[in-house]
Design a protein around this ligand. Structure first.
Ligand SMILES: [Fe+2]
Length: 332
């Protein structure tokens, strides 16, 4: 496998990246929908708990003005592509999917944005055509063409210049008070075949999934149930990078720490403001380029400031500390 030089920097440069670089913005956990004026019928089931959490906390935490600042920042940074790792909604209601689809359309075309589902988007089982089908243009593989994109279609594969984006779905309804995820045997097998087929193509392979793939990034009730099977598979099929959300915190870990391979990086919510600065809205901007011995990957952390009402580059300390403290690095 090609070597990878990893750098955390506070690159202040604005505007289009040079042709030799591929700039990828990673956003997650936008929770951008509003649950105002919801009918009581919509709250039958587990949703009543989610609605209570939205009413008490989330509606104050995930703010429209932050989403507006986020879009302005992305317009200014001009990434080549935007990766969104799920949880665009709160309760996965059809009306929330419509709101999210409208927001995505304002952000850009489906060719330049890749979306995968999060657990909130699959809060309760709903007909696919009323929910995820509305995001299908942003989720489907390049080769899917006009064919329908369904729950069983993942992993997705999209190739953009030197980058292969592989999208997984870990989203599935879970019992009250659980927010776990699962890939399932069939998806893992398809992923294995896809990794075999794309190996040796000289691409920078990025796996996108909502739940953290490293052990112990989140508590059991929020974890990826078949994370161990995924990590096992990736020991045989290395990828350059895995991107995830779900934890609403910065996270970084090598899934194969002994060899320093399969780097997984998690981003906080891109729309939240909270009592702790490290939980404030953040997204990551990756700059990927070829180096003499493999790849160069630069990560720029951009976070929202309540003072300025804008996103700014950070020095990357949060991610460096997260990588140093990763349970995987201690042999978990
Ligand atoms: Fe989540």
């Amino acid at each position: 496998m090609a070597e990878m030089a990893l750098e955390f920097d506070a690159d202040q440069r604005h505007g289009a990246p040079p042709a030799s670089e591929f700039a990828l913005a990673h956003l997650s956990d936008l929770h951008l929908s509003s649950l105002e004026n919801l009918s009581p019928r919509a709250l039958l089931s587990k949703r009543v708990l989610g609605y209570a959490s939205w009413w008490l906390r989330r509606r104050h935490e995930h703010r429209a003005e932050v989403l507006e600042a986020l879009r302005a920042d992305l317009r200014s940074e001009q990434p080549d592509h935007i990766a969104i790792t799920g949880d665009l909604t709160h309760l996965g209601l059809p009306q929330e999917f419509r709101q999210a689809a409208a927001w995505l359309a304002q952000l850009g075309g489906a060719d330049g944005i890749t979306v995968i589902p999060g657990n909130h988007d699959a809060y309760v089982r709903e007909p696919w055509r009323e929910t995820f089908a509305q995001w299908a243009p942003y989720m489907k593989s390049d080769e899917a063409g006009e064919a329908a994109w369904t729950e069983g279609s993942f992993p997705s594969l999209r190739i953009r210049r030197p980058v292969a984006l592989i999208g997984l779905s870990t989203a599935q309804p879970s019992a009250p008070f659980l927010a776990s995820g699962r890939l399932g045997e069939a998806q893992l097998q398809r992923l294995g075949r896809m990794l075999e087929q794309t190996a040796g193509a000289g691409l920078f392979r990025i796996v996108m999934l909502h739940h953290p793939p490293a052990a112990r990034t989140v508590r059991w009730r929020k974890s990826l149930r078949d994370g161990a099977a995924l990590r096992d598979m990736l020991r045989h099929h290395q990828v350059e990078l895995l991107l995830h959300g779900h934890a609403h915190l910065s996270a970084a870990a090598y899934l194969d720490p002994g060899l320093g391979r399969n780097l997984a990086i998690g981003v906080p919510s891109a729309s939240a403001v909270g009592s702790k600065a490290e939980r404030n809205a953040t997204y990551h901007l990756y700059r990927i380029s070829r180096a003499a011995s493999g790849w160069r990957l630069r990560v720029c952390v951009r976070s929202y400031s309540l003072q300025s009402g804008r996103f700014h580059a950070e020095d990357g300390r949060r991610l460096r500390l997260a990588l140093a403290a990763a349970p995987a690095a201690r042999g978990a």
